[in-house]
Design a protein around this ligand. Structure first.
Ligand code: URA
Length: 240
């Protein structure tokens, strides 16, 4: 596949499209050891492209773990709110998107990638990739409710929810701290499950998707690339 040199460099995060055009004009970029004709020159993805003496290899797909803060939307574009992609610098490739959605007031793990196949597999209702949430909930969550969540709840869909694992971390009459693992992704699912037992979710944070756990050293609004090991395990978990 061939691609314009300036796009190649911009997609690989060397700079914005206009910055990389400057770099090319200032002779800071080589293609297979030679000076390119200009930013519009086409390169093969297997060509050796270097910038300031450093080889910039082509990466087809990129995968980032993002710690979504409350107050931003998961959609790619939104005219009224900040979006998760606004937390990525301008020089990142333009085809990144969030896999799935979290509500505007939900925090936590969101995978940002340009890998459409992986996203499709992850979101497929047939796959049942487990998603684990930490929640602060109004009132005392009981063992009886743990059983109800395990059996499945009526939340106004055609079928009850699939069995979910609810773990009580702490509870008093006013508020409970829980971890909940669900294997579906229905609209507002966690909030609706607690509503079905007369409780309100006061705070919600996704802490894991499949084998991928939110890196607690990240602050809200920060992201980092997945390690190869994380990516391998994660892909295996979504392959079947
Ligand atoms: N369930 C919800 O209710 N909200 C989310 O953001 C994710 C799961």
């Amino acid at each position: 596949m061939q691609i314009r040199l300036d796009k190649y460099l911009a997609d690989m995060g060397v700079g914005t499209r206009s910055q990389v055009k400057q770099y090319i004009r200032k002779k800071q970029v080589l293609v297979n050891g030679s000076l390119p004709k200009g930013p519009e020159q086409k390169v093969e993805l297997t060509d050796t492209v270097s910038f300031q003496g450093q080889v910039i290899s082509w990466q087809e797909h990129e995968y980032f773990m993002f710690y979504k803060p409350a107050g931003c939307v998961s959609a790619g574009k939104d005219n009224y709110h900040k979006t998760v992609l606004d937390y990525f610098p301008e020089n990142k490739r333009k085809d990144l998107f969030p896999v799935g959605r979290l509500d505007i007031d939900t925090e936590g793990l969101l995978l940002i990638t340009n890998d459409g196949d992986l996203s499709h597999r992850l979101l497929s209702p047939k796959k049942h990739v487990p998603k684990t949430y930490f929640a602060r909930v109004s009132g005392r969550v009981t063992e009886e409710e743990v059983q109800k969540f395990a059996r499945g709840l009526e939340i106004g869909e055609k079928k009850p929810t699939l069995p979910a694992r609810l773990e009580i971390l702490a509870s008093d009459p006013e508020v409970s701290l829980v971890e909940l693992t669900i294997t579906e992704g229905k609209f507002h699912q966690v909030k609706r499950m607690f509503e079905a037992v007369g409780k309100k979710v006061l705070y919600l944070k996704r802490i894991a998707m499949g084998d991928l756990r939110l890196d607690e050293s990240l602050q809200t609004g920060e992201y980092r690339e997945l390690t190869e090991e994380e990516l391998e395990k994660f892909k295996q978990g979504t392959a079947q």
